[in-house]
Design a protein around this ligand. Structure first.
Ligand SMILES: Cc1ncc(COP(=O)(O)O)c(C=O)c1O
Length: 401
């Protein structure tokens, strides 16, 4: 590979998204090369020895590093303003690595209650089985965070906006409280995307992504990333964990995600504009739709915080139907354009009923505690014409009425 992967510091975000960290091979290709290789060859046994001793910096095995994966990692790091970035096979691999590298038996974790189901599972089931005390708080309530963080705590985990109720957590305020308690703050930034929210700049120590969502953005494959500016932790704990446990991102998926990054800013802007349009359409049907949750709407309970912390309202709208589960199922089944799917961040609009899918593992009481009623529906707003999306929702709502 030619050594042309220096990215001028003056490049703005859109330029970084398209060209950041590009490392051309000797063939001078325009599009980033896909290095589908698990291993690398050495000129001599001495070179292999030097590589394994760390005396020579080079690729040795794709579980450790791969040129295509490195391009993706470096481009995402530039976007996030992070010193270190590691691609992972999925978002959950990123979440698990960040948490597993932050705690040991006897430690304490405080997390927001409204989390994606699998993140909740790691904190509620896996970590306690390993002797880690875990405490859940209402993420929107700073007094609850302050009370929970009165005791020494090793890690704080939060997701904002939350899945699926789009609660907003004050990252800066929680980081101040968490750092005073000695905790590393891990933020799941999936719903906001790196275009709308930069948790490291707000004080977070680690950011995790499911790149499966907006970074790919076209529903093609899985991926994830862990980013941090804590270089000693990265070098001494995270890198050895990733190398030895193997949640590596495949070079093919890294290549796909690199291509996704090129258009991330334009796609997220369009997703947000469409989501606001759809949220407004739904708000005009108050008899059937009793609650519309969208951080870009003035009716959102944390509108001011969302406006301060995020550069847009996001790509997801949640809404509550008056008729509970029956009405929610009828609405979903009556749609002709929007697909029923639990994925999100796709070019295609996707709708799901969290109580029976992503959050079905929780008890009804636990769901109620985080605002997931039987009539709640989550819509990941895609890149179609927003008027077509509203017409589809309208015709299904009309049939309900
Ligand atoms: C907020 C959030 N975090 C993490 C994940 C996990 O990502 P992945 O499916 O890529 O493992 C998801 C997936 O839906 C998510 O919505």
């Amino acid at each position: 590979m030619t050594d042309n992967n220096t990215t001028p510091a003056s490049w703005r975000q859109a330029t970084r998204l398209v060209r950041g960290a590009t490392a051309r091979s000797g063939f001078a290709e325009t599009s980033e090369a896909l290095f589908m290789t698990s291993g690398y060859v050495y000129e001599s046994a001495e070179e292999a020895e030097a590589a394994f001793k760390g005396e020579r910096k080079r690729f040795v095995y794709s579980r450790y590093a791969n040129p295509t994966v490195s391009m993706f990692e470096q481009r995402l790091a530039l976007l996030e303003g992070a010193a270190c970035c590691h691609g992972t096979a999925s978002g959950m691999a990123a979440v698990f690595a960040a948490l597993a590298c932050s705690v040991k038996a006897g430690d304490r974790v405080v997390a927001s209650r409204a989390l994606f189901g699998s993140c909740q599972y790691i904190i509620a089931e896996i970590l306690p089985a390993w002797g880690v005390e875990t405490v859940f708080v209402d993420g929107t309530n700073l007094d609850a965070w302050a009370a929970a963080l009165k005791q020494p705590t090793r890690a704080v985990f939060l997701e904002t906006p939350s899945n699926p109720t789009l609660e907003i957590i004050d990252i800066e305020a929680v980081c101040t409280l968490a750092h005073a308690a000695g905790a590393r703050v891990v933020v799941d930034n999936v719903f906001a995307t790196p275009m709308l929210q930069r948790p490291l700049a707000l004080g977070a120590d680690v950011v995790v992504y499911s790149a499966t969502k907006h970074i790919d953005g076209q529903g093609r494959g899985l991926g994830g990333a862990v980013l941090t500016n804590d270089a000693p932790w990265d070098e001494e704990v995270l890198v050895p964990f990733l190398r030895n446990t193997g949640p590596a991102l495949s070079p093919f998926n890294a290549w796909m995600l690199l291509k996704g990054l090129e258009t991330l800013d334009v796609r997220v802007a369009r997703h947000c504009a469409n989501a606001l349009y759809v949220a407004e359409c739904l708000s005009a049907r108050p008899k059937l739709v009793t609650r519309v949750l969208y951080p870009g709407l003035d009716s959102h309970p944390q509108r001011a915080l969302a406006a301060r912390q995020m550069a847009g309202g996001g790509t997801v709208v949640a809404f509550e139907l008056a008729g509970g589960k029956d009405a929610a199922f009828k609405l979903l089944n009556g749609l002709k354009l929007i697909d029923i799917s639990n994925n999100l961040g796709d070019a295609k609009s996707l709708i799901t009923h969290p109580a029976t899918t992503t959050h079905q593992r929780l008890t009804p009481e636990e769901r109620a505690g985080i605002g997931i009623g039987d009539g709640l529906v989550r819509l990941s707003v895609g890149l179609e014409d927003a008027a077509d999306l509203c017409e589809d929702l309208e015709q299904s709502l009309d049939a309900l009425a």
